[in-house]
Design a protein around this ligand. Structure first.
Ligand SMILES: Cc1ncc(COP(=O)(O)O)c(C=O)c1O
Length: 442
């Protein structure tokens, strides 16, 4: 196989049958569409190239900078494509959470601009999300940027409607799978593939997978977040289901150890979600039924997520099992937490002088925060308390996050660890702001 450019190797990825001894389904053949075989490592290579290609000549003439709101694979593909054409690339994001990906982007020459999102409340007088404002500036006519706009750009979806979907049908010898399962980030891949499969056979069932509420699976959204995506249309999916980070890691380990498929967490989530969805349906089928087929997408590779796995499943890399994990906290424990609304919290702060811990990002904290609060970013705080309580168990504590969900979870965990008075700011910094309570700025 010989090519004139690496971009010609985008697409035409393998469709690999998963060993039935691994998944255990008796009447359904399960296939992984291995998008990690794309040259820059992920399903997003297709979308990035399709979005950028028609704009390249003009961008090169104008010396534009390519810009995208991405903290992962789209940014990776665009960095490479920009570099190959003598352009620079800037990734704008409200949280670069996977350190290996950040390092890789910098290595590839990307500029990274981290902004707080609306839920982190930048400025009480400005109710618009800073990311949305930034988005608007980028899209203005005459802008010096080539903004690929992956959350709204139909060419993202088109890359999969014209490429990924038809490839699946071709590799199944013209047959449309009975089920198609994909994780949802921008919704481009699931929407595009679903559209193409339905054109061949409208009976295909489409399952969209999102991360479980308040769980983080890099590259995809939770059910609440997915509604903010311009390309997302609930009608695309016959059903939406959620997968926890733990389940995604289970799936990842099964694919890697049982099938030799070195998938990242969303590949693991897709595998796990597919088998879970099909198990009962498979049990209802008999040997007399025609064999069914299901396809799921493996978006990228395992290597960039070692720290992600290490943090959540240390025993998988030979470390001692984790203690004090946030995901272990039950709904009942969270419901039992003392939550204070802004006026009560103000009063309590004045009376008891609790330690106030703000879990938001440093940029959101620097912009505005409760006076005398301490900023310990969510992920760092999780790491910190893994070793035990980092303060006296009797020191009153008020936890604050953007909207009050994470802080309640932490308060429940600290209570379980023996802290005697850990409380959560109800509604988070947003509610504090909306109540007109005082905010300081550095
Ligand atoms: C690792 C990973 N998995 C899954 C997806 C979801 O793909 P899509 O954006 O097409 O919904 C993404 C998107 O960024 C991703 O980076």
């Amino acid at each position: 196989m010989r090519y004139d450019s690496i971009t010609q190797t985008i697409g035409n990825t393998p469709l690999v049958r998963i060993d039935p001894r691994v998944h255990g389904l008796r009447h359904i053949d399960l296939y992984g569409k291995l998008e990690m075989f794309n040259p820059f490592g992920s399903v997003k290579d297709r979308a990035a190239w399709n979005m950028v290609r028609p704009e390249l000549d003009a961008a090169v003439r104008a010396g534009s900078q390519i810009v995208e709101l991405s903290s992962g694979n789209t940014a990776k593909a665009l960095s490479v494509l920009a570099g190959m054409h003598g352009l620079s690339f800037k990734s704008v994001t409200n949280r670069m959470r996977v350190p290996e990906i950040k390092d890789l982007l910098l290595l590839l020459g990307a500029e990274i601009e981290e902004l707080p999102g609306r839920s982190e409340c930048l400025d009480p007088t400005d109710t618009d999300d800073p990311l949305t404002l930034f988005h608007r500036t980028l899209s203005e006519p005459g802008s010096a940027y080539l903004h690929t706009d992956q959350y709204f750009n139909d060419r993202n979806t088109e890359a999969h409607a014209l490429g990924t979907g038809p490839e699946i049908v071709k590799d199944l010898d013209g047959r449309v799978p009975d089920w198609f399962v994909a994780c949802v980030g921008t919704a481009g891949s699931s929407t595009g593939v679903a559209r193409s499969l339905r054109e061949h056979d409208p009976r295909v069932r489409v399952v969209g997978l999102v991360a479980h509420k308040s769980d983080f699976i890099p590259g995809i959204r939770t059910i609440d977040e997915v509604h903010e995506v311009g390309l997302f249309d609930p009608a695309t999916y016959d059903t939406m289901e959620s997968v926890t980070a733990d389940e995604a890691i289970d799936g990842m380990l099964t694919l890697a150890r049982g099938c030799g498929i070195l998938a990242g967490p969303t590949g693991g989530a897709a595998y796990f979600g597919t088998v879970r969805h099909l198990r009962e349906l498979d049990a209802e089928l008999t040997d007399d039924d025609e064999r069914k087929a299901a396809v799921f997408i493996v978006c990228d590779r395992i290597e960039s997520y070692l720290s992600y796995v290490k943090q959540r499943r240390p025993e998988a890399v030979g470390l001692t099992p984790r203690k004090n994990a946030l995901s272990d906290v039950s709904d009942a424990e969270i419901a039992a937490v003392a939550t204070l609304r802004a006026p009560e919290a103000r009063e309590w702060i004045a009376r008891e002088r609790p330690l106030v811990i703000d879990l938001r990002s440093p940029s959101a904290y620097a912009a505005l925060h409760i006076e005398d609060s301490v900023n310990i970013v969510d992920e760092l705080f999780a790491e910190l308390i893994r070793g035990g309580l980092p303060f006296s168990r009797r020191r009153p504590l008020l936890l604050a996050c953007p909207v009050g969900d994470r802080s309640a979870r932490y308060a429940a965990l600290l209570t379980r660890m023996g802290h005697t008075d850990a409380r959560s700011l109800a509604g988070g910094i947003i509610a504090w702001r909306d109540a007109g309570a005082p905010l300081g700025r550095d």
